[in-house]
Structure formats: C-alpha cells, structure tokens
Design a binder for this molecule. Structure first.
Ligand SMILES: [Zn+2]
Length: 303
C-alpha cells in the first residue's frame, strides 16, 4: 500500500526532478553576413547560441563556416516578401513565384550558407501568410531535411499548415529580443524569454547582432537561472508547440525604430499583432498541453 507520506514524497521528487531540467531556451541571432566584427563577438558566446545567415550577404559563407567550426548551429535566414514597402534583399521569395524559381533560390542559399540544418524567414509577413506560397517552400525544404523556424513576423503565418504532408518540422519564435535596441528593453525581453521557457518548458528568442544586443547577452548569459538550459533550435523539434492567446501590444504614438541599422540591409518588420484565440479554444489548447505533459502522465500512473 502506498502511504500518503510516501506518495507526497514521490510527487515532490517528481516535481524537483522535472524542474531541474525543465526549461529550454533557444537563442538565434539573425541577419548574419554583413557585420563580421559584431558577429565574431556572437561567435565567442556559448555555442548553444545559434546563428541565421542571409544567403546573399557578402560574408555569408565565411560566417557560416566560422560559426559551424565553433560549434554553433547554422540556419539560412531566407529573405521573404513583407507586406510593407521596404528595400528587399536579392532573391526575396514572393508568393507568386513558381516552384522552380523558389527551388532555385533555396538551392543557391544552401550553397552560400554551408552547414545549415534549418531555415528561418527574414521579414516575410506577405510570404508566410500565403498558404500556396509556403507550400512551395515546404516542398523544397522536404528535400533538404531542414526544419523551419517561423520568425512569426505576422500572426496568421501559414508555415505550420503548409508543412502538413511533408517531413519539415516547424517551430516558432516567441520573443524578439531587440525590436527596441535600448539595453534595458533588451534585458526585459531576455527575461521575458526566460520566464516563457520556465512556464512552457521551452522558448525561442531571436535577436540581431547589434552592439547593444551583444552587450546584454554577454551580461545575462552567464547568469541564467539554474533551471534554464540553453539549447539549439534543433533540440526543440519535438517539443509540444504551446499556443497561448497573445494580446496585441498597446498602440504607440512614436514610429517604431528600424530594427536593423545596417546600411543596405532590409529590416525585419515589427511583428503584426497575433489574432486573439477565442477563450474556449485557448482552454482546450491549455487542457491538451496539460494532459500531454510528462509530469501529469507520471502522476496519473501512480494512481
Ligand atoms: Zn532578418
């Protein structure tokens, strides 16, 4: 017979055991290939920090190779069409492009960014919200065995739907670290990413090689809470993708600052507000994620 005391001890043991390795945080630094000086500072950081390289950037091959040699995971940061009018990288994917054209662009990107194992979108609010457009992308990625990290530059991204029927795994960015390049704001976003990882089990944050982002990461990475582990995005491919309703940010009178001051590099647009999930649907998602959690299964098996 299981005494109440023993059962309580078993449960607290389970809780402790889970919290010891509960939170996984992946950090990806985008827009690599234009600023080797700052990018080299990123490559000095723990090699669980991953980098996403713009395939037509002048230092794409060099930085991808260096990142790989230092043990960092490499992604292709593929330019995709935004809804807003702004300067575009060469070979930016458009929804109306043919499958052949998209295959050619991705093929070139793969040869310019050696060692890549995944892809994420640079900008892309127009392209990623197009189901037919993203289906063409996923068909090509299927051949390369790549995962797709959805940068979530728009709430109604179709990347996950478009990957249905292919072997491409889709994971999603939760936090942008440096929409605002003020160091205090970046610290706040970093802390938000840590809390999301602790609450949900995992989180993916995306930043850029800005001097202020580099400084904040240098300060904060050595002081991560003990229950948070830095991981590569490829280590999160089998994590449950928890969807929670996200409230749109409060309206701001000030025009958003460009996220990327690099000369000649188009910036990622600010993410569009995510459409709120109806309360009933949100409850179902939360209930499902609770039911699927290992802890609940373990507790269930005790009774
Ligand atoms: Zn970008």
């Amino acid at each position: 017979m299981f005494s109440v005391k023993k059962m309580a001890a078993a449960l607290s043991g389970l809780l402790l055991g889970c919290s010891a390795s509960a939170a996984k945080l992946a950090i990806v630094i985008d827009d690599f290939g234009y600023r080797p000086q700052q990018e080299n500072q990123v490559l000095q950081m723990p090699n669980a920090i991953s980098v996403a390289v713009l395939p037509t950037a002048p230092h794409a091959r060099e930085m991808a190779t260096k990142a790989h040699q230092r043990g960092h995971e490499v992604l292709i940061h593929l330019p995709m069409a935004p809804l807003s009018k702004q300067p575009l990288e060469r070979d930016t994917l458009q929804p109306e492009m043919s499958s052949e054209e998209i295959a050619r662009i991705i093929h070139n990107a793969v040869s310019n960014v050696p060692y890549a194992v995944g892809m994420n979108n640079h900008m892309g609010s127009k392209m990623t919200s197009s189901l037919p457009g993203m289906q063409k992308v996923m068909q090509v990625l299927d051949h390369y065995n790549f995962y797709f990290l959805d940068s979530m530059t728009i709430g109604n991204s179709q990347a996950t739907r478009a990957a249905a029927g292919t072997s491409v795994k889709v994971i999603k960015r939760r936090v942008f670290l440096d929409d605002n390049q003020n160091e205090a704001e970046i610290r706040k976003q970093f802390t938000r990413a840590v809390h999301l990882a602790q609450r949900n089990g995992s989180a993916i944050a995306i930043g850029h090689p800005h001097p202020s982002t580099v400084r904040v990461l240098q300060q904060m990475l050595p002081n991560l809470p003990a229950d948070v582990t830095l991981v590569r995005p490829s280590q999160l491919l089998n994590e449950p993708q928890i969807i929670r309703p996200t409230l749109p940010p409060p309206p701001s009178k000030a025009a958003p600052k460009p996220r990327n001051p690099f000369h000649g590099v188009a910036v990622c647009p600010l993410p569009q507000p995510v459409a709120p999930v109806p309360a009933t649907q949100a409850l179902t998602v939360i209930k499902e994620s609770i039911e699927q959690s290992t802890l609940v299964k373990k507790i269930g098996s005790l009774f």
